[in-house]
Design a protein around this ligand. Structure first.
Ligand SMILES: Nc1ncnc2c1ncn2[C@@H]1O[C@H](COP(=O)(O)OP(=O)(O)OP(=O)(O)O)[C@@H](O)[C@H]1O
Ligand SMILES: [Mg+2]
Length: 422
């Protein structure tokens, strides 16, 4: 093992694994946590006591992307071998179980096994029950566990019940900062990711702090810079729709401008409470179609010119199955289910805003009002989870899963793709 290739903090973590059952590396993105843990774990697999080994993370895919592929790059196919078909992974000929732990039932997958070594990627994303079960499986002499994580809420189980009790539980904790990895990151890249994260995420992912999600979700929203009166040339349009029969249906017309920004150009909204009238799926489809074809005032005016808006796709609320079926039947626009991971979606939208890659036309008054009032839920925070308060958020939802689902078109504008891709 070429220990010389490690930064001082990585070397300290590697060294700590020789005499602590548990080592946790927390801190900033790209700060070298995984690289250090990869070396420590491969070294353990090659020289540690015999027994079963396990790699865990949110899903098998994230483990492959975050750990297995980089390990193969670093140590070569002779040391780290992955069979994609059977999903078996071997380090130095030793079988390593790969487990995705994204729900409360995942702990059942490891119940009963005895392990000698485990490596958990992005530990804050696995359920506490899985983590506790995993710890109880490491009972044999010389057993070791190493984990990496970005900071989360200060009330998160990993922080409160493990990191805060590191001394008591004999956990070696290493908090990584971006500067720890400065030698391996181009300065321009570091500048780029600092720009990309704002507000809550800057504190957690750049400064490496376990801070609460409090106050405004989009505290980087700046009406002077993010709101525009003019639109550039836009080639491809999408409709982003949050759907509700008894409440509000909010549609946003969005497109990518010639200046490489995502624009929300217009909005359409139906409030069943205010109008005392619920629309059927067929009526929604028809009204949206009329709106797209003729615009709000009978003719589409974008930048003062009539503009045909050929919409490539409608990205809709993934729970709106009946409306999806209606759009399929009507055939005027192709529907697609939006990706509804709330926190990933919010973070991605926030990154677009911070990077100056998302603009909203001044006519979208409902959306702008909602975005300005969109706040974190203090009750969720007490439970150690981040969640936005669910109130007056239909446009926010449409924007979130629109931005996130369209990330294939926009992610090259953002420096670090590591986090949003998970
Ligand atoms: N000792 C090293 N020598 C050479 N390159 C390194 C070293 N440590 C880290 N790197 C490089 O820095 C990049 C970031 O490191 P790493 O993936 O370990 O960060 P991380 O803290 O796990 O980040 P994230 O929170 O985003 O998962 C890696 O792509 C790797 O190429
Ligand atoms: Mg990592």
């Amino acid at each position: 093992m070429k220990v010389a290739a490690l930064t001082p903090k990585q070397r300290a973590a590697w060294w700590a694994l020789q005499n602590h059952v548990m080592v946790i590396c927390d801190g900033a993105v790209r700060s070298g946590k995984s690289w250090g843990a990869d070396h420590a774990f491969v070294d353990f697999a090659m020289h540690g006591p015999p027994g079963n080994l396990l790699l865990a993370g949110k899903t098998q895919d994230t483990v492959r992307r975050n750990i297995i592929d980089p390990m193969i790059d670093i140590f070569g196919g002779a040391v780290c071998r992955h069979n994609r078909g059977t999903r078996e992974f071997y380090i130095d000929g030793r079988r390593v179980y790969v487990v995705g732990a994204n729900d409360e039932r995942s702990q059942e997958r490891i119940r009963g096994v005895t392990l000698v070594g485990a490596y958990v990627d992005e530990a804050s994303t696995v359920p506490e029950s899985f983590w506790t079960m995993l710890r109880s499986r490491l009972s044999s002499e010389g057993a070791r566990m190493i984990a990496t994580t970005n900071p989360d809420s200060p009330q998160h189980w990993l922080k409160r019940r493990w990191l805060d009790k590191a001394d008591e539980l004999d956990i070696a904790r290493f908090s990584f900062r971006l500067e720890d990895n400065a030698a391996n990151l181009p300065a321009s890249f570091v500048e780029g990711i600092k720009r990309e994260f704002a507000g809550l995420w800057r504190k957690r992912f750049i400064e490496g702090l376990w801070v609460a999600a409090e106050g405004a979700v989009y505290d980087m929203l700046d009406l002077d810079t993010h709101v525009v009166d003019e639109l550039p040339n836009i080639g491809t349009w999408w409709l982003l729709i949050d759907y509700g029969t008894a409440t509000v249906t909010h549609a946003l017309l969005a497109g990518i401008g010639a200046d490489e920004r995502l624009y929300v150009a217009r909005e359409w909204r139906w409030d069943a409470h205010e109008t005392h009238r619920q629309l059927t799926d067929a009526e929604y489809s028809q009204r949206l179609r009329d709106w797209i074809e003729t615009g709000a005032d009978g003719v589409w005016l974008l930048n003062g010119k009539p503009a045909p808006v050929p919409v490539r796709m409608a990205i809709i609320d993934p729970s709106a199955a009946s409306f999806y079926a209606q759009l399929r039947r009507d055939g005027w626009v192709r529907p697609r289910d939006g990706e509804n991971d709330v926190l990933d979606g919010i973070r991605y939208t926030a990154s677009l805003l911070s990077a100056g890659r998302l603009r909203i036309h001044r006519s979208c008054q409902h959306l702008l009002r909602e975005l300005s009032g969109y706040v974190w839920d203090p009750k969720a925070q007490e439970r150690g989870t981040d969640a936005p308060l669910k109130a007056d958020d239909h446009g926010c939802d449409a924007l979130r899963y629109g931005c996130y689902t369209l990330r294939r078109h926009t992610r090259r504008w953002i420096a670090s793709t590591a986090k949003e891709a998970a």
